[in-house]
Design a protein around this ligand. Sequence first.
Ligand code: SF4
Ligand code: SF4
Length: 254
Amino acid sequence: MGLLQDITAALAPVGLNLIGTTPSSDYEALVPAQYHLKQRFPDIKTVVVIGNGGGEFWRHFRQYVEARPGYLQQYDHPLDAYTVEAIRARLTPLLDAARTQYRLIYPFQFFSGLTVSFMHLAQAARLSVPSILGVQIHPRYGPWIAWRAAVLIDRDLPALSAPAQDFEPCSTCLERPCIAACPTQAVNAVQDWDLLACMKHRLRVPADCAERCHARYTCVYGREHRYPEDELAYHQRSSLATAQAYFKKSERAN
Ligand code: SF4
Ligand code: SF4
């Protein structure tokens, strides 16, 4: 098997079932210069983008922590810690054996001051496209996807399948139930997702979107792949905590 097929086969058993590739130049064409990978990794040619579609990855995470008492208390962000452990364990032997220069990066880590947009990496790999929800949408999994890691590689690799090629979910969506589902018009038809409006509403009425984002939940794509209830609540708690910390910091600064 080739390296990409090996990577795909190694990650599928833990629910990391969305794998795509993009030349680094295609990604850099989508983002401002401060996001360019070549600033830190001048030899990079290809990016392998890794994500999960649906709740399978979460189920593996749950099994992993259930077998390790105390794991959840050990980390501020246990899902991220598990992501690093799962990916390193599965990919490091393969990448080392391929005798390639590589670097594993994650959306929740900083790389010597470099910021990478994983949404744009996935878009360049044609795995998903932007939506009015503020998250990306995959033709099969809808908004129930997350980008977990990427491998920067110093060689050209062939393109993998591109499921989101020519996919235009929101401009062709007639029902748009997501707009009515949002209690504060953070999701609307006239502008991009209004992050500030969403966060202000959630801080004002914490119980309202505590269990899930209602707009995302009603998206017409990928409903059968919605995350399980406990995963939805985990992500909502985590984003609310981030918003609370952000607003507390800004209040202190003013
Ligand atoms: S429900 Fe329709 S308009 Fe809303 S995010 Fe999904 S595809 Fe886009
Ligand atoms: S979390 Fe709540 S306020 Fe924010 S976009 Fe979703 S439904 Fe709207």
